[in-house]
Design a binder for this molecule. Sequence first.
Ligand SMILES: [Zn+2]
Length: 264
Amino acid sequence: MTSQAALRIAPIRASVSDAEWQARLDLAACYRLCDQYGMSDMVYTHITARVPDSPPGEGGHFLINPNGMLFSEITASSLLKVSLEGEVLYRPDLPYGLHPAGFTIHSAIYRARPDAMAAMHTHTIAGMAVSALKCGLLPLTQTATRFYGRIAYHDFRGPERDPGERDLLARSIGARNYCILRNHGLLTLGESVPETFIAMWGMERACQAQLQAMACNTELNLPPDEVVAKSCAMYDPPNSRRYGLLEWPGLMRKLDLADPSWRD
Ligand SMILES: [Zn+2]
């Protein structure tokens, strides 16, 4: 039985714009990939995408998971559409609503960062563990150098249920695209869903590698600062392509082979 059959969500392709539908497809794919790559936490985190043609005067709208659906069940038609003030503009006929912390974190980003079109938050074991280290993410591996000096850190003040937390979070993130929520987890944002997902993929693996190296109980070898800085600079245009665009079609093929119901 597919997830769509199990949940019987009415398809909404005909009632939304082409731009919104594409955002829904990308975001539904991102939820499925997050789960397939072991980065989901049952129903407890959230990934969002701004609706590209939502009214700018209202600050825009964004798409988010209904709180209660597993990431492996998410489809394009199942995603909630929410205003930056927390009004749910569309929800499928399910007994699931808007997660308060999901609203706080993601609306904070879309309010403060007009360039952000997607945001992804995880509670992986590796992400939570590095978030609890005073040293944070170290440039121990080539993968980690991409994030060197570019990670914002935001102190833990309890679950983000209070909309007043939005200004504090926006201040912590500033102009950065990668954030470690201390004692909590990881957060990435970007100009597209693919870019945001691939950033999270890299940050997650950098965290895993750091923890395995630190667990070996022997001296760590950090590359020289100038090598780290040179390596970090190579991850940006014009020295590099934009991450995500090359990878995304292959990831869609992978999803379609496993279960194409995310497109519903
Ligand atoms: Zn969280």
